[in-house]
Write a protein that binds this ligand. Structure first.
Ligand code: ADP
Ligand code: MG
Length: 478
């Protein structure tokens, strides 16, 4: 066995995972689940911290993701257990009486005395709650809201469910385990609670969920994370988890959430994407991500636009980025260049300018990648070199302008490119998470070996490796 095999995270075999989860569910809840649903994590080629500015993102759905086994209840309770060893604290019970109230049912089950957590999910204040169960409760809350507008997604009063959750993703690793949790739970809730689920039993739900419905569900999952959990996510993760396609990179225009699916087979004929989980877990809810976002929004307001994407033309060039930065400097009266004046809404003007530059160059890189992957005539090897160059440029921007990188990520990018990767960058929100590298297939082992070594030598936690295979979106496993 190769010495680094233990550090490779396998996506596993879905039907075997599903069978195991069904058995555990029966042990835990004393009955069989009605089904098992899966939603993938994602790796984002480019487009970090720009989804909420209307920028373009280029994510792929992974083969790795989160599985939910579930069965409905009639008492308005959610009973949840995760099999993640670090988060598992046995079955967690939450009242969802407020969800019933939203859809006009009676608020049954709220006060039966057995629920250790009774919080009104309807009146939550962003950031008020913590803990993984709120990703799930928030998803049901958001589905109930959606059902007010879309009758086939109505959630009846008194609906509750037992859920058992397991994931093949690193949790908090920048590969979007949070969206995978929301989206897999969302499919379970749609299947178990709604008229659409009742009319499309089993795997029929996959086809019934057309792209338009999936877009609505992605928006609802995003609401769960933003409004219930209180994290500043912009919808990228949920969109690719529900709307990705096997063998394709999703080109997501966050101005209107339209997607194009761009074939990756040419690029990946001789190359592979490798995700390196630094195992420095991040926590988007703790304010640092939001702080970066607030900097960029202060710049946005000074420039008089509602979203930074509007500063660039449809097909931007480097000169357009320079022009927008020059405009910022003009408005800041030079403060953006001169040190750390606390001039912009109480924020450092220089820091706001760096966030602005990250957002603008990141949006430019996305448009460049979109053109390459759409097939602008480059032959595959040249295209791969160009994609690699853009990846590494993206890392420099994450490090120097967004300022969300950290020593292990910087060392891994340098090491991966030194060992033959065409390019590498930090992906996800930052402050932890994963590095994505584009690697010639015959260099994958060498890159993995070098990455493992550099972490050992420099005293970083031993990383884990995921082969990134652009995969199918959230679905019924059966
Ligand atoms: P990422 O999405 O990059 O993995 P986040 O910080 O956005 O990182 O989300 C991680 C959080 O999502 C965890 O701290 C936990 O609250 C929740 N979560 C994700 N997957 C699971 C799981 N399988 N079981 C329980 N909670 C999970
Ligand atoms: Mg997340």
């Amino acid at each position: 066995m190769h010495s680094d095999d233990a550090a490779r995270l396998s996506p596993g075999e879905p039907h075997r995972i599903s069978a195991g989860l069904r058995t555990r569910f029966a042990e835990e809840f004393g009955r069989d689940p009605d089904g098992v649903w899966f939603a993938p994590g994602r790796a984002n080629l480019n487009g970090e911290h720009v989804d909420f500015h209307g920028g373009r993102c280029l994510p792929m759905a992974l083969a790795h993701g989160t599985y939910v086994a579930a069965a409905p209840r009639q008492d308005g309770l959610l009973r949840l257990r995760t099999m993640d060893p670090e988060l598992d604290a046995g079955v967690q019970t939450l009242s969802i009486a407020a969800v019933d109230a939203v859809v006009g049912g009676d608020a049954g089950g709220a006060d039966d005395g057995e629920a250790p957590v009774i919080t009104d999910v309807h009146t939550l204040v962003p950031g008020q709650v913590s803990g993984w169960t709120w990703y799930v409760a928030g998803t049901l809350w958001a589905l109930a809201r959606l059902g007010e507008d879309i009758p086939e997604l109505t959630v009846p009063g008194g609906f509750g469910a037992d859920l058992l959750i397991c994931s093949t993703l690193p949790i908090g690793g920048g590969l979007s385990s949070s969206a995978a949790l929301e989206c897999s739970a969302m499919l379970a809730f749609v299947a178990l609670a709604t008229p659409l689920g009742a009319a499309n039993p089993g795997t029929a739900l996959d086809a019934a969920l057309d792209d338009e419905l999936r877009a609505h569900l992605a928006a609802a999952c995003m609401r769960a994370e933003v409004e219930v959990v209180g994290a500043g996510t912009g919808g990228l993760d949920q969109t690719v988890s529900l709307r990705g396609r096997a063998g394709h990179v999703v080109s997501l225009d966050c101005r209107d959430f339209t997607v194009a699916r761009l074939p990756a087979d040419g690029l990946l004929a001789e190359h592979a994407f490798l995700a390196i989980d630094t195992r420095q877990a991040h926590w988007l809810g703790d304010g640092q991500f939001d702080d970066r976002r607030a900097d960029s929004e202060a710049a946005m307001r000074m420039l008089g636009v509602d979203r930074l994407r509007d500063l660039l033309p449809e097909r931007p060039e480097a000169g357009d980025v320079d022009a927008a930065l020059a405009r910022f400097d003009e408005l800041a009266g030079g403060a953006g260049l001169a040190g750390d004046a606390e001039a912009l809404e109480g924020r450092s003007t220089a820091a706001c300018r760096r966030r602005l530059r990250h957002a603008l160059t990141e949006m430019l890189r996305s448009e460049q990648l979109d053109r390459i992957l759409t097939g602008d005539g480059l032959e595959p090897t040249t295209a791969a070199v160009e994609v690699g160059r853009i990846l590494t440029a993206g890392h420099a921007s994450m490090r120097d302008d967004a300022e969300v990188s950290f020593p292990a990520a910087d060392a891994l990018v340098e090491t991966a490119t030194g060992a033959g990767a065409l390019g590498a960058r930090l992906i996800g929100g930052g402050f932890g998470g994963s590095v994505l590298a584009l690697v010639p297939r015959d260099r994958e082992d060498a890159v993995i070996g070098a990455a493992a070594r550099v972490c050992e030598e420099q005293g970083f936690t031993a990383p884990r490796f995921l082969h990134v295979e652009p995969s199918a979106p959230a679905r019924v496993v059966g």
